[in-house]
Design a binder for this molecule. Structure first.
Ligand SMILES: [Zn+2]
Length: 286
């Protein structure tokens, strides 16, 4: 909204003074058993490690009941994360509903929900070394589900020219290589991301999406518990710490590391993957 030209009605203040109501109250939201997960994560055995090169992406798989970490290893770097059900790729991460159910930015205890008609937790965040950041004076937070991912189409629209290492393209190449179908066909699988380590918000005056340099430093990590068998892809964004630009080679970029872990088998034995939504999908039709 750039121009507000319509005259305000006489009762404008009264209309504006209505109470804000949380759209999805969290009281009935199924929560993870964080005590069980906290106990499970005390005894992790590393099973694999993947380095995601700067301005590129890698796919990786995480079995249900295992943990994975995205680790900052070299310098401040943002990562764009996509998730799929490894056994049914039509079920994928639903950034918008995750935002509506939790908040604009995620941290420990929040869950990454899957697309309709499935709507179940795909992963739960079990540790976040940047949880201390909270909300800063600009209203910004870390690990957002409000951005989408940098992509070559928006770049061409706004700046002209073609840049092939946006997160959208990186993710498409990585999943295309993992699945053997190539980037062009895999492109349709790419969806709105969890912006790992990214520091973002909306400007107070115009409510535009903004970014600022990520506070992440080497050694920081975010950790997830895989609630179902996951195929994941992570892009090391060409924006680097996203403090100035993206969709170009201008920013200094760093690799990211992904580690997967097997949990204490005794504790994991008490856990079961969440079921897909039981809604019968009739939508009121006979
Ligand atoms: Zn990006």
């Amino acid at each position: 909204m750039t121009a507000k030209t319509a005259p305000a009605p006489a009762d404008a203040s009264e209309r504006r003074a209505k109470p804000a109501v949380v759209a999805y109250p969290s009281a009935t939201l199924p929560r993870a058993d964080m005590a069980m997960l906290e106990a499970a994560r005390r005894n992790l055995a590393k099973t694999s490690e993947t380095i995601v090169p700067p301005r590129d992406a890698r796919a990786f798989r995480v079995p249900a009941g295992h943990f994975f970490r995205i680790v900052c290893i070299d310098g401040p770097q943002v990562g764009d994360l996509n998730l799929w059900n490894a056994t049914d790729l039509t079920e994928r991460f639903f950034s918008g509903k995750t935002r509506a159910l939790h908040a604009t930015h995620l941290s420990t205890g929040d869950r990454l929900w899957s697309s309709l008609p499935y709507l179940r937790p795909m992963a739960t965040i079990t540790h976040d070394t940047l949880a201390w950041y909270g909300w800063d004076d600009d209203g910004a937070g870390i690990h957002d589900v409000i951005g989408t991912r940098c992509d070559p189409y928006t770049n061409r629209l706004l700046n002209g020219g073609d840049y092939h290492h946006c997160c959208h393209s990186n993710l498409a190449r990585a999943v295309g290589a993992e699945s053997g179908i190539g980037a062009r066909e895999a492109e349709a699988m790419i969806h709105d991301v969890l912006n790992v380590f990214m520091c973002t918000g909306f400007t107070r005056d115009t409510h535009q999406y903004f970014m600022k340099a990520s506070p992440v430093r080497p050694g920081d990590f975010i950790e997830f518990f895989a609630e179902i068998d996951l195929l994941c892809a992570l892009s090391a964004c060409p924006g680097g710490d996203c403090g100035a630009s993206h969709s170009s080679d201008a920013a200094r970029c760093h690799p990211l590391k992904v580690e997967t872990f097997r949990a204490d088998p005794d504790i994991a034995a008490t856990w079961r993957p969440p079921e897909r939504s039981a809604y019968p999908r009739t939508h009121g039709e006979a």
